[in-house]
Write a protein that binds this ligand. Structure first.
Ligand code: ADP
Ligand code: TRP
Length: 331
């Protein structure tokens, strides 16, 4: 793997889905890639920012999450997107070669804009173009994300191809999405058919990385399940989305296969399973939250790490933008 890049929006409430679907995979990939960059995409957070949110604090929180999960700042660059101005420059260039038809297909815009599309801001609509710029600015070859980002990644590939064809050079490699593991789509604890998300109004729908052991145990206890016992294979959980979700979470945290988890609890109801799952989280997720709190108590150290990351990111971006401007004819 040449170069990996990924990011999380600093929108508050970083959760288990972000960790299992994305960040956890970055931790292993950073050792396999020649270069890795992990961005805190604050410009993306602006597209949905409301007055109650503290963007600065959220930005530090995501940096703390990356570090606590095991991203090594001596190996990978951790930085804020806004600290590398070339993201927005490249985004503008891409917005001039991206047909509206491509953006009109984006399902995330439709979900986030809701019923009143005309009131949604231009930034929300252009969001996937900025994401393409995040990736291609560094000529990233591999992008580890959760399943929900697949469509955005396809758009980034299309934009790379469009640029290369238009300006007659293979300037951008076509980035490969890396969507893997047993938790590419962690579901809500209240509804196994909707994605665990920061924006769900119910806090009981998600495990947040900063939750205490007591809160985690309570959320797991209240998680929706059904009355049936657990089967001995994962395929026996068909049409039981909440049960599938909990088994997948367990399997991922315990580094087991979903089938092995079912075998361990076969024939039992959910009560002992939930008890064990809460214990597993107390050993894996809760200590990460404690580490995050430690990092958050030393903002100067987080600033230092993000400054170092931004320095490297700017180095790469500056060199690539010279090629981009030359290819286009910007003097
Ligand atoms: P959210 O969707 O919670 O607002 P982001 O959009 O910042 O969070 O997502 C950051 C990363 O986390 C992306 O790679 C995304 O695919 C992944 N992700 C978000 N929610 C989930 C989920 N429920 N399951 C798996 N991965 C997820
Ligand atoms: N759009 C991604 C999300 O909502 C976050 C993101 C922005 C991203 N830029 C990126 C992910 C670049 C990977 C690469 O989750």
């Amino acid at each position: 793997m040449q170069r990996i890049l990924s990011g999380v929006r600093p929108t508050g409430g970083i959760h288990l889905g972000n960790y299992l679907g994305a960040i956890r995979n970055w931790v292993t990939m950073q050792h396999q890639a020649k270069e890795s960059l992990f961005c805190i995409v604050d410009m993306h957070a602006l597209t949905t920012l409301d007055a109650s949110e503290n963007l600065a604090e959220n930005t530090y929180t995501i940096a703390a999450a990356y570090l606590s999960a095991g991203i090594d700042p001596d190996r990978s660059s951790i930085f804020a997107q806004s600290h590398v101005p070339a993201h927005t420059e490249l985004s503008w260039i891409f917005s001039c070669i991206t047909p509206l038809g491509w953006l009109n297909r984006m399902t995330q815009f439709k979900e986030k804009a809701g019923k009143h599309k005309d009131l949604a801001c231009l930034g929300l609509y252009a969001y996937p173009v900025l994401m393409a710029a995040d990736i291609l600015l560094y000529k990233a070859t591999h992008v580890p994300v959760g399943e929900d980002q697949k469509q955005h990644l396809e758009l980034a590939r299309d934009i790379a191809g469009a640029f290369n064809r238009r300006f007659g050079e293979d300037l951008f490699p076509i980035p490969e999405p890396m969507i893997f593991g047993t938790a590419t789509r962690v579901m809500s604890l209240r509804d196994g058919t909707s994605k665990m998300s920061k924006s769900d109004i119910s806090e009981y729908s998600r495990i947040e990385l900063l939750d205490t052991a007591d809160t985690v145990a309570q959320k797991i206890r209240k998680a929706k399940t059904d009355m049936e016992p657990l089967p001995d294979t994962f395929s026996g959980l068909e049409h039981r989305p909440e049960a599938q979700n909990l088994v997948n979470i367990y399997a991922t945290l315990a580094n087991m296969s979903p089938d092995a988890v079912c075998q361990e609890f076969a024939g039992e109801n959910f009560s002992p399973f939930k008890h064990k799952l809460a214990e597993l989280m107390a050993e894996t997720i809760v200590p990460m939250g404690e580490k995050m709190r430690q990092y958050l108590s030393d903002k100067a150290e987080l600033d230092r790490i993000m400054k170092k990351g931004a320095h490297r990111a700017n180095e790469l971006a500056t060199a690539h933008m010279i090629d981009v401007r030359r290819a286009i004819g910007i003097i």
